[in-house]
Design a protein around this ligand. Structure first.
Ligand code: ATP
Ligand code: MG
Ligand code: MG
Length: 550
């Protein structure tokens, strides 16, 4: 069991199973297909699918598709992909709230016939005025006392397309004086003359979220309908529909706190703005807090699930430190990612006591603890090391100590000793000459003059140039959408740097989405879309240490 399996909702489910209130648990994840899923949705997915796993129940995937103008098949496909990638399996076929439009229409007719719903012709502005405020009761609509016959006829005309959009709505007749605004005769159907991605042009009236959600839960036999806290005020309405309609089951709603992460935004509307205004390259840009973006950045499904476990499930909307997400990511990659070598600021080293055509294949394990296999690394007379790993002058501060007359170990290879170096006109060291110390493959030098440092390197002639995409945080403010003004003003416009790295030849041939620790540089992933053997592309996932954050 994980921390998540002890959350307060799990406790409720457990008690309901123990008391026989429910025979088995059925949950659902109900995204609206109007954007890509973000890290907040991942929390909801882990909770809903996690409950089903924990209690041997089932979790449905149901698209909450009651706003056709904002929805699309692209979003449906992306959401299915994301859930699958996270490692969860929905029960049976995918469900759509639109599968129930006929039934929901029947239930609307039922309310009308019972005198519990009416067609209202107030304009949106008038309706707002009639609605009242938190401190002031609303007023009854002048259309509230229409007879059932009149309402049935009008609702039928709405359905038949005889009214313009906005001309009228169907409202539940509940209580205009209720302290809960959601019970002040909420709209249950509105006219929208738009094509629907699932139902085509069959409907020109669409049910509202409130009229759809609980009844869909009832149809699917959902036992625990888990949603975020902003729906707490909707629960009395949820229950009212369940109580006033001949639904086949009595689902119940439970609320938990939304995930908010600092240094980012978790709202589809805002994420969509970033895409539409081309601040990022798309919903799956590696800087996006979308599941697809995190995937492309190099998050593993396990790192996302571990993060969701770490933050737990509570009844308050807290702000989570992005450092926790980074910790979950780094911890997972540290444990599981193969190690490999990439030189980003190359300095050529010529090993003078090797023949010009020297080519030795050194076998190197991908991981020091796990059995992740090994690869062959070509070792040649000319190699690259990082510019920072050589200094002209010996100094105490310079830990690697690779200076003329001093030695370093090349990772997975031999010890070399610097003999001389060359500078360009600007005074930069451009070439180091060195000698190989014989007998030092996996052994210390026989003369006892052991190197102080180990450095990463690649063959100059046999390495491969790769495009490296180095990412930083997308926002330079901890709470970009919680301050006055437009959150866009806090976008970090320099959050992507494209550079070149020289990688071991084995890295050109790895599959897209392979994660690596490039030793001493950071965690990188072969780009999901752009990486190929001919043109390797690696994205910086995260730096090696805490001070090198996302
Ligand atoms: P947004 O406000 O970003 O548009 P939403 O709530 O409208 O999100 P839906 O597609 O309706 O998005 O959400 C599907 C499920 O995911 C809902 O049950 C919702 O409560 C949950 N969810 C959405 N955002 C978060 C979040 N930040 N933290 C936890 N759960 C979330
Ligand atoms: Mg929603
Ligand atoms: Mg929304």
């Amino acid at each position: 069991t994980t921390p998540n399996s002890h959350n307060f909702i799990a406790k409720i489910v457990q008690d309901d199973l123990a008391s026989g209130k429910v025979q088995s648990v059925v949950t659902r994840f109900p995204p609206e297909p109007n954007g890509y899923l973000h890290v907040g949705h991942a929390k909801s997915i882990c909770l809903n699918f996690g409950l089903a796993e924990q209690f041997n129940g089932q979790c449905n995937l149901r698209f909450d598709d009651t706003n056709p103008e904002k929805e699309s098949q692209e979003f449906i496909d992306a959401i299915k992909d994301d859930i699958t990638w996270l490692g969860f399996h929905w029960a049976g076929d995918v469900h759509y709230a639109s599968d129930y439009f006929d039934q929901l229409h029947q239930w609307a007719l039922h309310l009308v016939a019972e005198g519990k719903a009416y067609v209202c012709d107030l304009s949106p502005e008038q309706a707002r005025e009639y609605r009242g405020t938190l401190t002031e009761a609303g007023k009854n609509s002048p259309f509230r006392e229409r007879t059932a016959e009149e309402n049935l006829a009008l609702f039928e005309k709405m359905r038949a397309g005889e009214f313009d959009e906005g001309a009228c709505v169907l409202r539940a007749k509940i209580d205009m004086a209720s302290p809960n605004m959601n019970l002040r005769d909420p709209i249950i159907y509105r006219i929208r003359k738009v094509h629907h991605h699932q139902t085509g042009d069959k409907w020109c009236i669409y049910p509202t979220y409130d009229f759809t959600h609980g009844q869909s839960d009832a149809i699917e036999g959902i036992t625990h309908s888990v949603c975020t806290l902003e729906f707490e005020d909707h629960k009395p309405l949820y229950d009212w529909f369940i109580a006033n309609l001949p639904v086949p089951a009595q689902p119940r709603q439970y609320e938990f706190g939304r995930l908010n992460l600092d240094y980012t935004v978790t709202s589809k509307r805002k994420l969509k703005a970033l895409v539409d205004e081309q601040v990022v390259a798309g919903w799956n840009d590696p800087r996006m807090p979308t599941v697809a973006g995190m995937r492309r950045r190099g998050f593993t499904p396990r790192s996302v699930r571990n993060f969701c476990d770490m933050i737990g499930v509570t009844r308050s909307d807290g702000m989570v430190d992005v450092a926790m997400l980074e910790h979950a990511l780094r911890d997972d990659l540290n444990k599981h990612a193969p190690r490999a070598m990439c030189v980003i600021r190359p300095l050529k080293v010529e090993i003078e006591n090797l023949a010009t055509d020297h080519l030795e294949m050194l076998s190197a394990e991908y991981h020091h603890e796990l059995d992740l296999g090994s690869r062959e690394m070509p070792f040649t007379r000319e190699i690259y090391i990082d510019q920072d790993d050589f200094k002209e002058e010996y100094s105490k501060k310079f830990k690697k100590k690779f200076t003329p007359g001093k030695r370093i170990r090349l990772r997975h290879s031999y010890v070399i000793e610097a003999t001389s170096y060359e500078k360009d006109d600007a005074g930069n060291v451009v070439l180091v000459r060195a000698k190989l110390i014989e007998g030092t493959l996996g052994e210390n030098p026989a003369d006892g003059d052991n190197p102080k440092g180990v450095v990463h390197w690649v063959s100059a002639s046999h390495s491969v140039q790769a495009e490296l995409r180095l990412y930083e945080r997308l926002f330079n403010h901890p709470t970009p959408d919680k301050v006055d003004g437009d959150f866009m003003q806090f976008v970090n416009r320099d959050s992507l740097t494209v550079t070149t790295g020289w990688v071991e030849p084995a890295l050109a041939n790895v599959g897209a989405e392979s994660n690596f620790q490039f030793e001493r540089e950071g965690y990188f992933v072969a780009d999901r879309y752009d990486h190929s053997a001919d043109k390797p592309v690696f994205n910086l996932t995260i730096g090696l240490r805490e001070d090198k954050s996302l």
